[in-house]
Write a protein that binds this ligand. Structure first.
Ligand SMILES: *[C@@H]1O[C@H](CO)[C@@H](O)[C@H](O)[C@H]1NC(C)=O
Ligand SMILES: *[C@@H]1O[C@H](CO)[C@@H](O)[C@H](O)[C@H]1NC(C)=O
Ligand SMILES: *[C@@H]1O[C@H](CO)[C@@H](O)[C@H](O)[C@H]1NC(C)=O
Length: 494
C-alpha cells in the first residue's frame, strides 16, 4: 500500500474509534442515543425500525376502556407506559431539538421521529379532555412480578386516567408541556400537526389548573412507589405555563408563572421536579430577549448554576472522586444528563448574548459551563476511573447485563414462542451478557465511588430509562459543535 493510503487509513481508523484528539465521538453517541428510543417503542413498529430484535407489542392497549392507546414508550426496563415520565421524556426530546437541532443535521429527522412517537400517544391519551386524561397503561405491580418481553406481555394492561374528581395536576401539566414543546418542533415542519399539539396542550393545561390535586393521591398504588410525585404539582404548573408562554407569547402565562410564588431552592431537575428547568427556560426571555418581566427567572437560573458548579462558593451538590455529578444512589445518571442539559442551554444563552454571569465574586463564562458539560458527558462515554462507557454499544467496554426485559431475553424474532412470566427469570438470573443490544441506552451508572458492577439485579445502576437519554440528545448535539473558532460560525442567533 502506498504511504498516503496508509496514512489516510490510519486517520479513518482513528476517527472511527473516537477521533484523533482523544475526544469522544459525539456524533456516534448522538445517533446511538436516539436509536435507544426505538428499543423503547410500544405499539406497531414502522418498516424503518432499525433495532430489529424488537417487534410489535401492546397492540390492544386501551381496549380495557374501548379506546386506542397503542404506541408511546416503555419508561425503562419494564413494560408499563407511565404517563408522567413519558411526557417529561417527550418534553426533553423536544427541548433538545429546539435548542440544539441545528447541530444535529444528520440526526434531526430521527430526533423529530422520537418526539412524534411520544406525542402521537399523548394526543390519544388527551382525546377525552376536558373530562379525562389517560395517564398509564399496564398494571405495574403485576408487570414487575414478571420478566417478560414486551412482545409476550401477559399481565393486565389496565388503563388509568385522571378526571375532575380524581385529579392529577402534575401529570396533566407535564403532558401540556410536552405537547407545547413539540408544537414548536413541528411549527415549520408540519403546520397542521403543530396546531393540533398546541390546541390540545392548552386543554391539558386548563384541566391541570382547574382540577388541582396530586395524582399520587388519586392513583396511589399504581403510580407509587414507581413514579410517585414527591414534589407536588406547583412545579409542573410553572413548567407548563413557561412552555405556553414561550409558544404563545401571551403574557397571562408569564403572570401566572409569577403568581405561583414558587420557592426556588432546588437543584433537582427530573421527571418529578421541574423548577430549575422552568427557571432556565424563562431566563432566556431575560438573557437573550432582554425582557425585564423575566429577570427574576434569570436570577433563579443563575442560582441553580452556582449550586451545581464545582468550586463555586455556593455549590450544594456532590461529585464522585472521578468527577461525576452525584445526586442520588438510584439512577443517578438521570440527574447528570438533566443538569448538563440545563448547563448547555444556559451556556448557549450566555454565548448568544455575549454575556457572562457571576457566582459570588467569580465570573462564570459560557466556556466554563461548557467545560463542565464536556467533563460529565466524556465521563459517561468512557473517560472515567472504570474506563467504562455507560452507553450501551458505544466504545469497547459498556454495560452488558442491563436491567431490561426485552434486551435480556432472546429476541422474539428468533423465537416467537411465548416466554412466560416466570420462565423469563432464567434470563434475569443468568450471568451471560444480554443477547439483544439496546444500542444507545445509558444506564443508572456507577456508585459514589465510581464503581459499577454490571449486574442485572442492581437496577439502580444497570437500568436504562427514557428520561436519562432524552436530555442527553440535546447535550450531545451541543458538544458536536467544536470548541474552536469554528464554533462562532455555527452560533447563529436562535
Ligand atoms: C400535593 O403533594 C405535595 C407534596 O407531597 C403536598 O405538599 C401538597 O399539599 C399536596 N397537595 C394537595 C392538594 O393534596
Ligand atoms: C391569553 O391567555 C389567556 C388564558 O388562557 C386567555 O384568556 C386570553 O384570551 C389570551 N389572550 C390572547 C391575546 O390570546
Ligand atoms: C448512597 O448509599 C450509601 C450506602 O448505602 C450511603 O452511605 C450514601 O449516603 C448514599 N448517597 C446518596 C447521595 O444518597
Amino acid at each position: 500500500m502506498e504511504v498516503e493510503k496508509i496514512v489516510a487509513l490510519a486517520i479513518l481508523i482513528a476517527l472511527a474509534s473516537g477521533g484523533v484528539s482523544g475526544d469522544p465521538d459525539y456524533h456516534d453517541a448522538l445517533s446511538k442515543s436516539l436509536l435507544f428510543f426505538q428499543g423503547q417503542r410500544s405499539g406497531k413498529l414502522p418498516p424503518d425500525q432499525s433495532l430489529t430484535w424488537r417487534a410489535n407489542s401492546g397492540l390492544a392497549d386501551g381496549s380495557a376502556e374501548n379506546v386506542d392507546l397503542t404506541g408511546g414508550y416503555y419508561d425503562a426496563g419494564d413494560n408499563v407506559k407511565f404517563g408522567l415520565p413519558m411526557a417529561f421524556t417527550t418534553t426533553m426530546l423536544a427541548w433538545s431539538v429546539l435548542e440544539f437541532g441545528r447541530w444535529m443535521p444528520k440526526e434531526l429527522n430521527h430526533a423529530r421521529e422520537a418526539v412524534r412517537w411520544g406525542t402521537d400517544y399523548l394526543l390519544k391519551a388527551s382525546a377525552p379532555l376536558p373530562s379525562a386524561l389517560y395517564v398509564q397503561v399496564g398494571d405495574p405491580n403485576a408487570d414487575h412480578d414478571c420478566w417478560e418481553r414486551p412482545e409476550d406481555m401477559s399481565t393486565p394492561r389496565s388503563v388509568f386516567k385522571v378526571t375532575p374528581s380524581t385529579p392529577g395536576t402534575e401529570v396533566a401539566a407535564e403532558t401540556a408541556a410536552a405537547l407545547v414543546a413539540a408544537s414548536l418542533v413541528f411549527k415549520h415542519v408540519d403546520v397542521g400537526y403543530s396546531k393540533k399539539l398546541l390546541q390540545t396542550a392548552k386543554k391539558a393545561f386548563a384541566f391541570a389548573d382547574r382540577y388541582r390535586g396530586n395524582y399520587s393521591d388519586s392513583l396511589a398504588s399504581v403510580v407509587c412507589p414507581f413514579y410517585c410525585s414527591y414534589t407536588g404539582f406547583q412545579d409542573e404548573l410553572l413548567w407548563g405555563a413557561a412552555w405556553l408562554y414561550k409558544a404563545t407569547r401571551n403574557s397571562s402565562y408569564l403572570s401566572f408563572a409569577h403568581s405561583l410564588g414558587i420557592n426556588y431552592n432546588s437543584e433537582t431537575f427530573s421527571w418529578d421536579s421541574k423548577i430549575p428547568g422552568a427557571a432556565v427556560l424563562l431566563a432566556r426571555e431575560s438573557v437573550v430577549d432582554e425582557n425585564e418581566a423575566a429577570s427574576g427567572f434569570r436570577e433563579q437560573a443563575e442560582r441553580f448554576v452556582c449550586n451545581v458548579l464545582p468550586k463555586s462558593s455556593s455549590v450544594s451538590v456532590n461529585y464522585t472522586p472521578g468527577g461525576l455529578l452525584y445526586m442520588l444512589n438510584g439512577s443517578n445518571m438521570q440527574y447528570v444528563t438533566s443538569t448538563t442539559f440545563l448547563l448547555s442551554t444556559y451556556a448557549k444563552y450566555l454565548k448568544t448574548s455575549s454575556q457572562t454571569m457571576k457566582c459570588g465574586d467569580v465570573v462564570v463564562t459560557s466556556l466554563r459551563l461548557r467545560k463542565l458539560v464536556k467533563k460529565q458527558v466524556d465521563y459517561i462515554l468512557g473517560d472515567n476511573p472504570s474506563r467504562m462507557s455507560y452507553m450501551v454499544g458505544y466504545g469497547d467496554e459498556f454495560p452488558r447485563r442491563i436491567h431490561h426485559r426485552g434486551s435480556s431475553i432472546p429476541s422474539f424474532r428468533l423465537n416467537a414462542e411465548a416466554i412466560g412470566c416466570d420462565e423469563g427469570f432464567q434470563f434475569y438470573y443468568d450471568d451471560k451478557p444480554n443477547p439483544n443490544e439496546l444500542t444507545g441506552a445509558v444506564v443508572g451508572g456507577p456508585d459514589e465511588n465510581d464503581k459499577f458492577t454490571d449486574d442485572r439485579e442492581d437496577y439502580s445502576q444497570s437500568e436504562p430509562t427514557t428520561y436519562i437519554n432524552a436530555p442527553l440528545v440535546g447535550t450531545l448535539s451541543y458538544l458536536t459543535a467544536s470548541f474552536r473558532p469554528r464554533e462562532r460560525c455555527l452560533s447563529v442567533k436562535n
